[in-house]
Design a protein around this ligand. Structure first.
Ligand code: AMP
Length: 183
């Protein structure tokens, strides 16, 4: 099973990613964590992206698609995977679509965790992290609204979009997703 999780920072993607990966034996690919680990370890990737992550800006697309390709072709990804944090723009969605087509790994679902903006801001403020300065939070949510919403159209048009009400309890959200994606 190959899944993409969509939703703003604070929509509950992390929690749902963990539950879904456990249930279906998927490799979790969380771009934010991969990038932050790379920054901490001062790898080449980390140095390339640290300024973007600090400002809450999106890292360059060519870096991101190369990173995604590397992740989904890992042996651990052969039983399926779940992306949390990619794609962030319609362009990234298209790049991924082309890559998956080439790798003959079609996407099963793009799962949209629908949560109101006020709730996203509130949840983000409650999650204190090194790069979670209020300006960075606001910037991230703006970036999300400007650039991520067209992704929904992209997947909706291709009949892959699964809309889920993210305001339910984490268990309820998980149950709803699992029922719909269960093979
Ligand atoms: P996150 O933890 O998912 O909110 O990601 C933290 C930061 O990593 C973002 O603010 C971006 O700077 C960067 N990032 C994560 N995913 C992507 C992506 N798909 N494209 C570009 N930048 C990303």
């Amino acid at each position: 099973m190959r899944l993409v999780l969509l939703g703003g920072t604070g929509a509950g993607k992390g929690t749902q990613a963990t539950l879904l990966c456990e249930r279906f034996g998927l490799l979790s690919i969380a771009t934010g964590s991969v990038l932050r680990e790379a920054i901490e370890a001062r790898t080449e990737l980390g140095q390339q992206v640290s300024a973007y992550v600090d400002r809450g800006e999106l890292a360059p697309d060519d870096i991101m698609i190369a990173l995604m390709k590397e992740q989904i072709t890992r042996p651990e990804a052969s039983g399926g995977w779940l992306m949390d944090g990619y794609p962030r723009t319609a362009f990234q969605a298209e790049e991924l679509w082309i890559l998956l087509d080439r790798l003959k790994q079609p996407l099963d679902y793009a799962i949209w965790l629908e949560v109101p903006t006020e709730t996203l801001v509130q949840r983000a403020l409650e999650r204190a992290r090194a790069d979670d300065r209020p300006e960075a939070i606001e910037r991230r949510i703006n970036v999300f609204q400007e650039r991520t919403l067209p992704i929904l159209e992209f997947y909706s048009y291709r009949k892959r979009l699964l809309r889920i009400d993210g305001m339910q309890s984490p268990e309820q959200v998980h149950q709803q997703i699992a029922e719909k994606v269960e093979p």
